[in-house]
Design a protein around this ligand. Structure first.
Ligand code: ADP
Length: 489
């Protein structure tokens, strides 16, 4: 337990995604799971989210908590309500959020060109709530997520009343919210904010940069990623800023929602199972073989569930797919993303029908079944702030094969001889992140798979790893309390 549990504190989470209401990736999972995990640490979280159509539809018993006559070009309301077990504050501003498409882009896949205003508004309202906008609600911490929430700490720094402290979580430094300088005047910030110490970034406006220079504390989602991003190679232009904030930079590994992801109760599985009943995974594997039209023999079944981008190393997968199949092993891929990768994967599936199956799209249920039926889950990311799929893999008995970067390094114990002998191995790691080393790792997995006693131990050990939010929730709660007391580090 955290040191200071007992004194209830209030935290406002400012986020563009929150599972299960709206999610495009790990950020949504984290924002959705943290409130529940923090409740056990006596931290009460309310979540400020944009009033996308889908969210307004699911909101129950909403009441108007604030009104805005003019918010970035139109009027808006703040609606307090509950949905999916979450306490929400929804920013209902139709001119910004009532539109078709995803949270950041239209049906054509193009980013909305007023994203600066949409998430400027989110940050502004987050900062105002931190300053006491909502009657009877005085959060001591405003916890903003990624560039979309990052203006909350900026508005707090340049115009707040100092009532609340700010935390900025960086889920992926690759998404920085860069805009041209001319949007700055529309943000209503003092000129001082458009500076090197503020949000000016190479002549433009950097939302994430502003958050990084303004937040009282910065949290990334694993200790390794926290170190990596202070170096030029992984800093994506912001490493200097991050180095200047080393004393305020933390790395807490994400957990997973062990209620949603529980192989013993998961309705998306063909057969539920537990560490004592791993044989039942075979029923799920057969279901996958049917779903992807695979031959039953052909080696272990390796799954990939991913955004199809270069970050995720999908090009390396394409380069090595022929050799992976030849090991032999079988491959199933669920994902969507860059068109060349989608096409490339479909071509591999056509070439190796019966050995490789590819489903382009987003399918939560199938993702669960793949974790519960595949022998291994492959994550060849070039960088990975934390990664969730390897954690689901651990819990569901799909042995993770991972690049040794970021959170993948912090959450998987490589099955080298020492670790196997000590009975602590949970997966296979590789480095450097390139085709030959990926292939070598998959071959190593295939060798382990051929030794049933060792393999079973590997699977069980992974399934018993604590991948819950408990430990990280303690770390967040301790950080919040230290900030409130004015004592960090
Ligand atoms: P990132 O946030 O960078 O995409 P993470 O590993 O942190 O990567 O989180 C990815 C999340 O999205 C996981 O919950 C994973 O299961 C899910 N996911 C990714 N692609 C798909 C897909 N095509 N269908 C279903 N779930 C997916």
């Amino acid at each position: 337990m955290g040191a200071n549990v007992g004194q209830m504190i209030d935290v406002l989470s400012v986020t563009p995604e929150v599972f299960p209401l709206i999610k495009t990736g790990g950020l949504g999972d984290v924002a959705g799971a943290l409130p529940g995990a923090l409740a056990a640490q006596d931290v009460r979280v309310r979540t400020l989210v944009p009033g996308y159509r889908t969210i307004l539809k699911t909101l129950r018993q909403g009441r108007v908590a604030a009104k805005f006559d003019m918010l970035f070009g139109g009027s808006g309301r703040l609606i307090a309500g509950r949905a999916a077990g979450l306490e929400l504050l929804v920013l209902d501003a139709p001119h910004l959020f009532d539109r078709a498409g995803g949270p950041y882009s239209g049906a054509d896949g193009q980013d909305f060109d007023d994203n600066w205003a949409r998430f400027g508004a989110l940050g502004l309202v987050g900062a105002q709530i931190g300053g006491g906008l909502v009657e009877g609600y005085n959060p001591q911490i405003v916890h903003a997520h990624d560039w979309q929430g990052a203006l909350a700490p900026v508005y707090m720094r340049y115009g707040g009343n100092g009532a609340a402290k700010s935390v900025l979580s960086v889920h992926n430094l690759a998404f920085q919210g860069q805009f041209s300088a001319d949007v700055f005047s529309g943000l209503g910030l003092p000129q001082a904010a458009f500076s090197l110490e503020g949000m000016e970034f190479y002549g433009g406006v950097g939302f994430l940069k502003g958050g990084l220079t303004s937040a009282d504390a910065i949290v990334t989602v694993s200790p390794t990623y926290a170190r990596e991003i202070t170096r030029t190679e992984a800093g994506m232009g912001l490493d200097g800023v991050l180095r200047s904030r080393l004393d305020d930079l933390y790395g807490f590994v994400n957990g997973i929602d062990t209620g949603v992801w529980d192989p013993a109760t998961d309705a998306a599985l063909e057969a539920q199972f537990s560490p004592a009943l791993i044989k039942k995974r075979e029923i799920n594997r057969q279901a996958l073989e049917a779903r992807f039209s695979l031959e039953a023999d052909g080696g272990p079944l390796i799954a990939v569930i991913s955004r199809l981008t270069e970050q995720k190393g999908i090009d390396l997968l394409l380069d090595t797919a022929d050799q992976i199949v030849g090991l032999p092993a079988r491959l199933i891929v669920l994902g969507s993303g860059e068109a060349t990768f989608e096409k490339g994967l479909l071509a591999v599936a056509a070439k190796h029908a019966g050995r490789v199956g590819v489903k382009i799209g987003y399918d939560e249920g199938l993702a669960h079944l793949m974790q519960g039926g595949a022998d291994a889950i492959l994550i060849p990311s070039r960088f990975e702030p934390c990664g969730l799929t390897q954690l689901y893999g651990l819990r569901y008995g799909a042995v993770p094969i991972v690049a040794r970067v970021g959170g993948l390094n912090d959450t998987i114990i490589d099955a080298n001889i020492a670790a196997v002998n000590a009975g602590v191995a949970t997966g296979v790691q590789f480095w450097p992140v390139n085709g030959p080393s990926l292939l070598e790792a998959v071959a190593r997995m295939v060798q382990l798979y051929k030794q049933p006693a060792i393999w079973r131990k590997l699977v069980r050990r992974g399934m018993k790893t604590d991948v819950s939010w408990r430990r990280s929730a303690e770390a967040y709660a301790d950080l919040y309390r230290a900030l409130i007391k004015g004592k960090t580090n």
